[in-house]
Design a protein around this ligand. Structure first.
Ligand code: IPD
Ligand code: CA
Ligand code: CA
Length: 258
């Protein structure tokens, strides 16, 4: 039986509150700052939503720690105990430029193991959720497992330029596939693979908050999630990432990535 009723209810209420703040922000001027480079943006809304999350976790789960992109909670250097990993807006460039193709990503890890993941595509009103071991859902609908035998040639691939630049053999994989796509929000790109809309999504450099929820949901549905060299991810470190249908992962590893 599900053990996380309180946590699920908490995330649903947070999404409702945060989604309303984000939609209200569409009518207001944003304050936009750059971080590591001119395309690495943070807005006042990213900070506002992460601050809200920290405040709400503090009220409901005062012993839980938080690992968030905008650093609104105390720093952490271990994943011991319950840790929420949050990206208040994944796809900030899309949020600023398009007001769509962005999401809030929230995951709960306990002693380093992902137990609950939720991704809210605010503009569409779509919420993906998964308690590990209890299936994954899109809104109220239980999602089917992905196909285990579909090959690269049956699917679109999603890849960041960063991934292609460090591994030129990916050009050959893309030629073998049905074509290349790129959406600009890692959490949603994980969901495109988890729901069979693409065979794989590859990036050379993602942060834990980009993938923490997506990994739980995608693995529950039968996808394989690793670094580009096939090694396991550590949710404290940035690094490369591939999420793929099982057979596509195998083909990419055998023929293109290693
Ligand atoms: C970014 C998006 C983007 C990915 C970047 C991430 P942000 O997240 O997920 O798709 O390519 O590496 O940093 O900064 O918009 O939360
Ligand atoms: Ca992100
Ligand atoms: Ca972000």
């Amino acid at each position: 039986m599900s053990r996380l009723a309180k946590e699920k209810q908490f995330v649903a209420a947070f999404f409702e509150e945060a989604g309303a703040e984000i939609i209200a922000s569409f009518q207001k001027n944003l304050t936009i700052e750059t971080k590591s480079d001119r395309n690495d943006l943070v807005t006042n809304i990213d900070k506002q939503i992460e601050t809200l999350f920290v405040q709400r976790v503090g009220e409901k789960f005062p012993t839980h720690r938080i690992f968030g992109e905008e650093g609104m909670a105390a720093e952490i250097d271990t994943l011991d105990g319950p840790v929420w990993i949050v990206d208040p807006i994944d796809g900030t460039l899309n949020f600023v430029a398009q007001q769509k193709n962005f999401a809030i990503s929230v995951a709960l890890y306990v002693d380093g193991i992902g137990v609950y993941g939720a991704i809210y595509e605010v503009e569409k009103g779509d919420i993906y959720t998964c308690e590990k071991g209890f299936g994954a859902y899109l809104n109220e609908r239980k999602l089917p497992k992905v196909s285990s035998d579909a090959a690269i040639s049956d699917h679109l691939l999603i890849a960041n330029l960063s991934a292609i630049r460090i591994n030129e053999r990916l050009f050959e994989a893309i030629k073998e596939s049905r074509g290349l796509r790129l959406y600009g929000a890692a959490s949603l790109e994980y969901m495109y693979v988890a729901t069979g809309r693409a065979g794989a999504y590859m990036s050379a450099n993602l942060a834990p908050w980009d993938v923490a929820a997506g990994k739980i949901i995608a693995e529950e549905l039968g996808c394989i999630v690793t670094r580009l060299d096939g090694s396991q991810m550590n949710m404290l470190e940035k690094g490369s990432s591939i999420v793929a249908l099982p057979h596509v992962h195998k083909e990419l590893m055998q023929n293109y990535l290693r």
